[in-house]
Ligand binder design. Structure first.
Ligand code: NIG
Ligand code: FE
Length: 412
């Protein structure tokens, strides 16, 4: 099966030689090809180049992309799209002056979502979650990481991870699963942290590993949630089962969690709304990717990750949506890219690099996703006719996507 895209106005994120990720000053460079073609064979990118060298073949499908831009699908490395119901009441409570912390302290927040999920059947959770997955596919996401963490019991954490596995089986989007049992302490363990951590390490993890339900492990390392020491215990335990860490850290407070994550070679540190100079130093020359979640900052009115400072210090940065019912009820990566430009002063080139190749690295899939490279998966966005790719962040409220290709197949 061959699909040939011709007359592409501009093909973005062209990497003839595959790269793992991109950092510092180099993030400002987005390699592109104007007046290009791209050939897909089955589910992979088979060739691309200037229209002058377009192969004269009779492909099964030919798409004329005159005036349009083609780029790799968004790689959203941090979401919680498996959840039940929503938290719109908390949204209104925040408008009326309550903080995220105050709402959580009176039983709202993560524990509110956990209660809803515990009362809901696996099939119903699946149906509610697949609507969100379908939505982000239409919005151009071609690879997504999904976390558990609204179960907080052995049964419900397994239930969430099974839903993620089923979504991965039934949809052409690439999915990575992360076990986030350490998202919050359930009420009955409020005064017994050791008891809950034991449950995670000795009950949940062995079962999850046996059913092969997770690729990564996560913890919410934050004042009032999991301390640095508790987070380290979770990371170490995950490591024993081959699960590398992707950690929620520095969302509200800086408590030296980043240093612990780097020490244990975490794949990513996510949120980073509060970042110290020391945190930046620790991340330099590590293999840990910092991940910013601008929709969360926007939605709950907290500071944005200091992207400029971090990139100018030579760090890489990935962008993700954090799609979840409490702090970011949106998985729209177009909005994430636009908000990174508008609020974090990232250039369009930096933001697109952060949401494609660096997002892929943040899910451990940059060898197969995140750039236009021969042999990589043909997960692509074809835009509507645009003046230039600057319009992607500029026209932040418009839907600029015309067609989606996933696994080499035209979706819409
Ligand atoms: O990434 N900070 C921790 N976890 C989520 C929020 C979870 C929730 O409020 O339901 C986040 O922001
Ligand atoms: Fe999150």
């Amino acid at each position: 099966m061959q699909t040939l895209i011709i007359n592409i106005k501009e093909l973005l994120q062209v990497r003839e030689i595959a790269i793992e990720m991109i950092s510092g000053d180099e993030m400002a460079i987005l390699p592109t090809l104007k007046n290009a073609f791209l050939l897909i064979e089955n589910d992979a990118i088979a060739a691309f180049g200037s229209m002058d060298n377009c192969p004269k073949i009779n492909a099964d499908i030919t798409i004329d992309a005159t005036g349009k831009i083609v780029l790799p699908s968004w790689c959203d490395s941090h979401t919680h799209i498996v959840y039940v119901g929503n938290r719109e009441q908390e949204f209104v409570d925040r408008i009326n002056g309550f903080t995220y912390e105050e709402i959580a302290n009176r039983g709202g927040g993560i524990l509110n979502s956990a209660q809803k999920l515990n009362e809901t059947s696996e099939i119903e959770i699946y149906h509610q979650s697949e609507k969100r997955l379908q939505e982000i596919i239409q919005q151009g996401t071609g690879a997504v990481e999904i976390k558990s963490g609204y179960g907080l019991t052995v049964e419900s954490e397994l239930k969430m991870l099974r839903v993620i596995k089923k979504l991965a089986k039934n949809y052409p989007i690439t999915i990575k699963a992360t076990f986030l049992g350490a998202h919050a302490f359930p009420k009955e363990y409020k005064e017994n942290h050791t008891g809950y951590i034991d449950l995670i390490i000795n009950e949940m993890l062995p079962k999850i590993a046996k059913e092969n339900l997770a690729d990564y492990i996560d913890a919410f390392c934050e004042t009032g949630y999991f301390s640095v020491e508790e987070t380290e215990q979770i990371m170490e335990a995950g490591k024993k089962y081959g699960l590398r860490s992707k950690i929620h850290v520095n969302q509200f407070t800086a408590i030296n969690g980043i240093a612990a994550c780097v020490k244990l070679n975490a794949l990513t540190v996510d949120h980073l709304e509060i970042v110290t100079d020391e945190d930046i130093m620790v991340l330099k020359n590590s293999e840990t990717m910092p991940v910013a979640l601008p929709s969360c900052s926007y939605f709950i009115s907290i500071p944005y990750t200091p992207a400029r400072k971090m990139i100018d210090a030579g760090l890489p940065l990935a962008l993700a949506s954090d799609f979840n019912p409490g702090t970011s009820p949106s998985g729209n990566m177009n909005f994430v890219v636009a908000t990174a430009c508008i609020k974090m002063k990232m250039t369009p080139e930096e933001a697109i690099n952060a949401a494609t190749i660096n997002g892929a690295y943040a899910m451990g899939i940059s060898n197969t996703h995140g750039s236009i490279t021969i042999g990589k998966k043909a997960n692509l966005i074809i835009t509507k006719p645009l003046n230039s790719y600057y319009e992607l962040p500029y026209s932040f409220g418009s839907n600029l996507i015309e067609q989606i290709i996933l696994d080499g197949k035209v979706m819409a």
